[in-house]
Design a protein around this ligand. Structure first.
Ligand SMILES: [Zn+2]
Length: 237
């Protein structure tokens, strides 16, 4: 298993680690990492692994391994692989990750502004979207944009807490996202709280305060199937 340092502190940009395994596809497993693996609608981190002799291995993406506690760093094509047991420094591409954190946290605000069941969601660099189960919809782009920027400007703290699987089972209302199940199995689930705004299970990386998100704007609202409305956001900078 890989110790998930990004889950304890999403602002860590690098760490030292030991290579515990190189899998059959050339994926590199570490004993601990700051790299977030693809999941919950958030893409895996990119960055570099720096070897003690100064060589760098470019990491194209990060994914979960065969068990969910394992994080696999996927090298870009044509990299020479390190040895198991080597100590390296793992460093993420922080500029991209920070934008992902900002947009991911903003999607939590969107789910509070539009309090309907969420059927899917995706964050990518500079944009994000949520799909809502909403058959009769008169959603107004400008109104949603205004409500989001209002919450963002209120400097609301964002914090993480852990509960047990049993506690979550007793509170099914906490699970807003029907298609993205909260990470569980380890007996504990992480809750993300935006003060007086939103509380939901989530394993992704978040900013500390809504003001850090910056201005956003609803780019479009689309009808996806009979019941679904897709609301897409971008940064408004
Ligand atoms: Zn989240």
């Amino acid at each position: 298993m890989t110790r998930a340092l990004f889950r304890e502190d999403s602002y860590l940009t690098s760490c030292t680690a030991k290579i515990t395994e190189i899998n059959e596809l050339g994926g590199i497993v570490l004993d601990q990492t700051v790299f977030y693996p693809t999941g919950g609608g958030q893409p895996g981190d990119t960055g570099v692994l720096r070897l003690e002799d100064g060589r760098e291995i470019t990491i194209a993406t990060t994914v979960k391994g065969k068990d969910a506690d394992e994080v696999v760093h996927v090298p870009a094509e044509g990299q020479s692989l390190p040895e198991v047991g080597e100590t390296i420094t793992a460093e993420i591409n922080w500029e991209v990750r920070h934008r992902l954190m900002r947009m991911h946290s903003c999607l939590h605000l969107l789910s509070a502004v539009l309090p309907y069941p969420v059927t899917g969601g995706q964050v990518s660099d500079g944009k994000g979207r949520l799909d809502f189960d909403l058959p009769e919809a008169a959603l107004d782009k400008d109104e949603i944009t205004e409500k989001l920027n209002d919450l963002i400007s209120q400097n609301r703290p964002v914090s993480a807490d852990w509960i047990t699987d049993e506690e979550l089972d007793a509170k099914p209302d906490l699970v807003k996202t029907m298609s993205v199940k909260p990470p569980r199995g380890s007996g504990h689930i992480r809750l993300i709280q935006i003060e007086e705004t939103d509380l939901q299970p989530c394993g992704g990386t978040h900013v500390k305060n809504t003001s850090e998100i910056g201005r956003v704007r609803v780019r479009k609202i689309e009808k996806k199937g009979r019941q679904n409305r897709r609301v897409s956001l971008i940064f408004d900078e």
